[in-house]
Design a protein around this ligand. Structure first.
Ligand code: HEC
Ligand code: HEC
Length: 378
């Protein structure tokens, strides 16, 4: 009996020691995911922590991370626009126009390949080095100025505290900057639109118009769901229970400059990377969550409203009748087979639009934990 007590004592002692050693206040992260969302897939070497998210938020909103202190990540990714910027094409710190438009960061933790047409960039840690350091086009323009970033961050008492909380005593480096920025972005979960509340049992969340539009969206008549399906309304999604990363890209018939399906120079989709003709004009189907807030649309912002997006799809592609991009996208041999065109009555059009609007998550765009932390300080 005595031995048993001793044994229990020893086991108890070992458990306590184990708990003490493993106790890191930031080890567990509270996702607060909506019930119908799977857990995101997180790189093993960058587990989530509230301290990293908080540091990342400060970095995301800090204009000192650009060459002339005029742009932060948030300048092109504004919370009230679901982290897009309202421009057809983004404008870099030195005034250079990006060939493509800024993209929403809602639910970015689930996106299988980042950017409009880039099968090579899979992690946020990797992606953000482009806006920070790329020279062509310039976004934040910090190429060759890595040490400047470290010096600036090291001099700010608030960053000393934030880095210590997030990374203990590992010090300040571009590596830790990128890990924190990635963690903040992964915290941007949007799953409380009227559509989500309807799914979770609130029968009154969506109007009957929007419900009819939902049935249309998921029908073989308009085919949207093939590419914009799943809980995140994009077939380029991955999560913890689906380890296989699908990275599909499609040509949705926006351009056809030469009857062979050519797209304008600089924006030729996956073709720019692979040089395979069949990849011409292939882009990622972006998530349609919060789509009402992210106009103008498509990689080059060339469609101004959701009504015109429906014109594009109902015609089975876009026919540009004059100018340098002249050509009939609906006749492109590279166009995906689901872009086949359809007839919508005015009522059906309104229903489909009402459904797209039911994907707007007001809580997400107003959530104070995603907002500019520097404003609170001033
Ligand atoms: C000058 C405007 C601008 C700035 C500043 C900027 N971005 Fe972007 N962002 C863009 C554009 C444009 C794209 C699309 C790029 C492409 O497809 O080539 C993009 C794409 C992204 C994506 C991919 C989204 C998706 O759905 O695939 C992420 C993530 C992102 N940016 C994060 C950041 C972070 C983090 C910062 C700050 C370090 C930042 N951006 C700074 C304009 C900007
Ligand atoms: C074959 C796949 C496919 C189908 C089917 C499809 N889309 Fe798309 N969608 C895409 C791709 C790819 C893009 C990006 C194209 C680009 O920018 O060049 C896109 C872009 C969009 C955009 C603009 C997104 C943004 O952030 O700018 C909207 C809105 C949209 N689609 C709505 C719809 C609707 C509504 C339907 C059904 C009527 C539909 N799509 C059917 C592939 C598809």
């Amino acid at each position: 009996m005595k031995i048993l007590f001793k044994l229990i004592g020893v086991v108890f002692f070992l458990v306590i020691i184990y708990l003490v050693i493993n106790h890191q206040p930031n080890k567990t992260y509270q996702w607060n995911l909506p019930e119908h969302f799977p857990e995101p897939l997180i790189p093993l070497d960058n587990p989530m922590s509230q301290a990293k998210v908080e540091l990342g938020r400060h970095l995301f909103y800090d204009m000192n991370l650009s060459v002339n202190k005029t742009k932060s990540c948030a300048s092109c990714h504004l919370q009230e626009k679901a982290f897009t910027d309202g421009l057809p094409r983004a404008l870099g710190a030195t005034g250079q126009l990006h060939p493509r438009g800024s993209m929403s960061l809602a639910n970015i933790a689930y996106v299988a390949s980042l950017n409009w047409a880039d099968p090579l960039t899979e992690t946020l840690e990797h992606q953000l080095l482009v806006p920070l350091f790329a020279e062509e086009p310039v976004e934040m323009g910090m190429s060759g100025r890595e040490q400047e970033i470290i010096n600036y961050l090291s001099k700010q008492p608030i960053y000393s505290t934030l880095f210590k909380k997030a990374f203990s005593n590992q010090g300040i480096s571009i590596h830790s900057v990128s890990q924190a920025l990635a963690s903040f972005q992964r915290s941007l979960i949007s799953g409380n639109a009227a559509y989500d509340r309807y799914l979770l049992g609130d029968d009154t969340a969506m109007s009957s118009k929007a419900l009819k539009g939902m049935n249309l969206f998921f029908s073989e008549k308009v085919e949207c769901f093939h590419c914009h399906g799943g809980f995140n309304f994009s077939d380029s999604s991955s999560h913890a229970t689906e380890q296989l990363k699908l990275k599909p890209f499609h040509n949705n018939g926006l351009y056809n400059l030469d009857a062979n399906g050519a797209y304008p120079e600089l924006n030729q989709g996956v073709f720019s990377i692979t040089q395979n003709t069949e990849d011409m004009g292939h882009f990622k189907a972006p998530s349609l969550r919060n789509i009402e807030l992210t106009a103008p649309y498509m990689h080059d912002g060339s469609i101004v409203s959701l009504d015109e997006v429906l014109d594009h799809y109902s015609a089975g592609g876009r026919n540009i009748v004059n100018g340098k991009n002249q050509g009939d996208g609906s006749a492109s041999p590279l166009k995906n087979k689901f872009i086949k065109g359809f007839d919508l009555s005015q009522q059906e059009r309104e229903e489909l639009l009402a459904f797209l609007e039911s994907l707007t998550d007001e809580e997400f765009v107003k959530n104070p934990s995603h907002a500019n932390p520097w404003i609170e300080l001033n």
